[in-house]
Design a binder for this molecule. Structure first.
Ligand code: PMP
Length: 370
């Protein structure tokens, strides 16, 4: 099998991550909910992971909040910070985990491209925030969140970055980029388990929690504690997920995320170079833009789902076809779906040759059938 669906979830998880999760499950404890050894060990593990995440995202460790993933993070931030009276600027590259909470909120919305120039054109007197996808999960396009964060700070706007496709692949610094909020997920570039993610918050960001409940302390108070991270972490944390993040963060540090990015970009660029000589393949990349290891394409005259299905059934190449939960980018490119190849650290140069050979054969067969 050639797994090229890393944008959905990364296939490779470090051995040490898998081993640590198995070990934890033999001695589980509930952090902050007991002074027995297991609870204390779990609490230390949670704190250690917060510190490692604070190092990765360049923020304060007690402003790292754990959630179940970027979807919960974005829901928490959007519903907890904004209201229907606010005007929010976002991009056509957003995932439904940004768009649907915004639609439900009923806020005033402007949608544009992911550059400072485009955002600037949409600012109004009631604009409260800019929500920006760091990397499109459809095309792999990289947006300049550093420039946008700084621009927002200068213009008195809050900035929220969705780093679902960039965390663990591209450097992201809350402080240097002057971003207010970073939302991340564990199971993609961070090489951890599904069901764990988080929010990194800057100073003075007052989010009304979506859920309140057990906090492990101040139990007689009728109100949930207001200080971070507890304010946004009601209930027992996903400790196995946090353990997996902890070990995967070590792995990423050893590898160097810049080496991972380079590896994935080289594979994607080589793939695009080969595809450029094929007739009838449309690749959704633009010359002057930067991309990660994602390549979205369509084969002329063929349904994206059919192409992806043949790749899987006949060649053992696993991709994803569809709209990828990002409807607006399809309006931009005039498509309804694409075949998405997303390369990761599990992929080798030979995979690129095999993927392009398979596509070449599919195009040939389609030619005969047409
Ligand atoms: N945003 C982007 C850009 C994504 O690619 C994804 C995952 N496809 C999400 C948000 C949602 O991530 P999760 O399902 O891990 O919450």
């Amino acid at each position: 099998m050639i797994y090229a669906d890393n944008a959905a979830t990364t296939y490779f998880k470090p051995e040490k991550t898998i081993a640590a999760v198995c070990e934890y499950l033999k001695h589980p404890g509930n952090p902050g909910r007991g002074n027995n050894h297991m609870a204390m060990d779990a609490a230390r593990m949670v704190l250690d992971t917060r510190i490692k995440l604070a190092d990765l995202f360049d923020c304060d460790f007690d402003h790292v909040v754990f959630t179940s993933g970027v979807t919960e993070s974005l829901n928490t931030v959007i519903q907890g910070l904004f209201g229907p009276q606010d005007h929010i600027i976002t991009t056509y590259m957003e995932h439904n985990s940004v768009l649907r909470p915004l639609y439900r909120l009923g806020c005033r919305l402007s949608v544009c491209g992911g550059s400072t120039e485009e955002i600037k054109k949409h600012i109004r007197s009631d604009t409260k925030a800019v929500i920006i996808n760091h990397v499109s999960n459809v095309t792999g396009e990289i947006n300049d969140i550093e420039g946008i964060g700084k621009f927002c700070r200068q213009n008195g706007l809050l900035s929220v970055a969705d780093t679902a496709q960039s965390a663990g692949v591209l450097p992201v610094s809350l402080k240097e980029s002057e971003l207010d909020v970073i939302c991340f997920t564990g199971h993609k570039g961070l090489l951890a388990m599904q069901g764990i993610g988080g929010i990194c918050l800057g100073e003075d960001i007052d989010i009304r929690p979506l859920k309140v409940g057990g906090s492990g302390f101040a139990s007689f108070d009728t109100e949930h504690p207001k200080q971070y991270p507890s304010a946004l972490e009601a209930g027992t944390l996903n400790v196995p997920g946090i353990v997996s993040l902890n070990r995967s963060l070590d792995f990423l540090k050893e590898c160097g995320i810049e080496n991972i990015l380079r590896h994935e970009q080289l594979l994607a660029e080589e793939f695009c170079r080969i595809l450029s000589s094929f007739d009838g393949v449309k690749v959704y990349r633009e010359k002057e833009k930067e991309y990660t290891g994602i390549v979205s394409l369509n084969v002329e005259g063929m349904d994206a789902a059919a192409v992806s299905d043949i790749l899987s059934r006949e060649y053992g190449i696993e991709t994803r076809a569809g709209a990828h939960c990002a409807p607006l980018i399809h309006e931009h490119y005039g498509t309804e779906s694409t075949v998405r190849f997303s390369f990761g650290i599990n992929n080798r140069k030979e995979d690129i040759r095999e993927c392009s050979e398979a596509l070449k054969e599919i195009i040939k067969i389609r030619g005969h059938e047409a």
